[in-house]
Design a protein around this ligand. Structure first.
Ligand code: AMP
Ligand code: GLY
Length: 425
């Protein structure tokens, strides 16, 4: 089977690694890929969806997998389906679950999926009135895609009013903020739960926990995610069952009933509040860096999972995962998340160490290959060091041993990934 992966991050690299382990996969392509995906397959510099579909037709590509949300919201799946091609991901209509927070909140409310109390509005007066009914902190969200930055956790009612006014005037997030959601703050711990969906049926993947803040102890600014681990012991069978019955099944049925069946990855951002899962948000793609830990745990052939989901056949497969844990530590460049940093050569020590070689690897993200053939960090989140083990602590130790072997100027990482599962050990 020939496979095209759309995207350029560590998430797409890790899907590529899972495909490399799969003997059903012949040729891999990435569009556009990054400076390291060229070791797994061929990078294509084609961004136009129509041109990409033509490449797929001309090169006998059997399955396209879309990593990031932007092409999904922009309709890549619709175009490929119109051309009779097999593609894994939701249509533009179904991708509204991520593309519009107002659509998502109203959908959750219509289908009785538990979520924070909210209003959606484009009126500052209404926003101010609702803010007056809430206790601080208060959450203000721009409706549209803002590259993960459109959520303000205001520490006072006044701060919430300013955030709402800035969004509604278009000054903070342009058109994406012309409508907003204001909602109550949920106090608890966050989980990332993923279901691979084929429109009707679904497979729940091992639940993960991300670490969104830049610094240890969940301090500092929000980022795309500084590290994750899976499966997390913070989700037990009872919580999985609640998520299936109260969240995933009503969502799939609701999307089907409303004429936009959901195919692809349903990423459920969960806040556990007093033992109950409350939904913060949906995304319509894998989390990054969560994907980098979940993919290595997949024992069944990755191509089969994605192909069967894309063709509506999940009912007929068994998917197995290794009985192991994975911990991923993000190494970011010096000025992340504030600004990009100057390119820096990446050097990985070649230490002979069988245990580490067999149980850890790097998923590359923000990297370019220089004319000299070397890899350079190009800013943002550069790579993820992933350790695998029989326990979370063993996986964590292997991930950090690998971190110690990776060098580039200005590298930064958290040193406490998986702390909620391990205590502060
Ligand atoms: P979102 O893009 O909606 O996931 O929001 C980004 C981050 O903001 C989430 O991962 C949470 O850490 C935080 N957040 C969003 N909504 C709430 C809420 N209602 N209560 C507490 N934290 C929230
Ligand atoms: N790691 C969180 C996200 O991908 O949105």
């Amino acid at each position: 089977m020939n496979i095209l992966i759309v995207g350029a991050g560590g998430r797409e690299y890790s899907i590529g690694l899972a495909m490399k382990r799969d003997e059903n996969v012949d040729k891999l392509y990435f569009a556009p890929g990054n400076g390291a995906t060229d070791e797994l397959g061929e990078n294509l510099s084609i961004s136009d969806f129509g041109e990409l579909a033509s490449f797929v037709e001309d090169n006998g590509i059997d399955l396209t997998i879309v990593g990031p949300e932007a092409p999904l919201v922009d309709g890549i799946v619709d175009l490929f389906i119109d051309r009779g091609l097999t593609i894994f991901g939701p249509t533009a209509a179904a991708a509204q679950l991520e593309g519009s927070k107002i659509f998502m909140k109203n959908f959750l409310a219509r289908h009785n999926v538990p979520t924070a109390k909210y209003i959606e509005t484009d009126s500052l007066d209404d926003a101010v009135k609702f803010i007056g009914t809430l206790e601080a902190p208060i959450v203000v969200k721009a409706d549209g895609l803002c590259g993960g930055k459109g959520v303000i956790i205001a520490q006072s009612a006044d701060e919430a009013k300013v955030a709402a006014a800035d969004m509604l005037s278009g000054s903070s997030f342009g058109n994406a903020g012309m409508s907003i959601v204001v909602e109550e703050f949920l106090d608890g711990y966050e989980l990332s739960v993923f279901a691979i969906c084929d429109g009707k049926d679904y497979i729940v993947l091992p639940a993960a926990q991300d670490h969104k803040r830049l610094l240890n102890d969940d301090q500092g600014p929000n980022t795309g995610g500084m590290g994750a681990y899976a499966p997390t012991p913070l989700v037990d069978d009872e919580i999985y069952q609640k998520l299936k019955e109260r969240v995933i099944e009503p969502t799939l049925k609701g999307m089907e009933d409303e004429g936009m069946p959901f195919t692809g990855v349903l990423f459920i951002g969960v806040m556990m509040v007093k033992g109950e899962p409350i939904i913060l948000e949906y995304n319509v793609r894998f989390g990054d860096p969560e994907c980098e830990e979940i993919m290595p745990l997949l024992k069944s052939p990755a191509s089969e999972l994605f192909y069967k989901a894309a063709t509506g056949n999940l009912k007929n497969i068994e998917i197995d995962f290794y009985d192991k844990y994975a911990v991923g530590v993000v190494m970011a460049s010096k000025d992340y998340p504030y600004k990009s940093s100057a390119p820096a050569e990446i050097v990985v020590d070649k230490i002979l160490h069988d245990d580490l070689d067999d149980n850890s690897h790097i998923s590359y993200a923000g990297v370019d290959r220089g004319d000299d053939g070397k890899l350079y960090a190009t800013g943002g989140r550069v790579l993820v060091c992933v350790g695998i083990g029989d326990s979370i602590s063993q996986a964590r130790d292997r991930a950090y041993m690998l971190v110690g072997q990776v060098h580039f100027v200005g590298k930064q990482c958290r040193t406490d990934i998986a702390y909620q599962a391990l205590g502060n050990s």
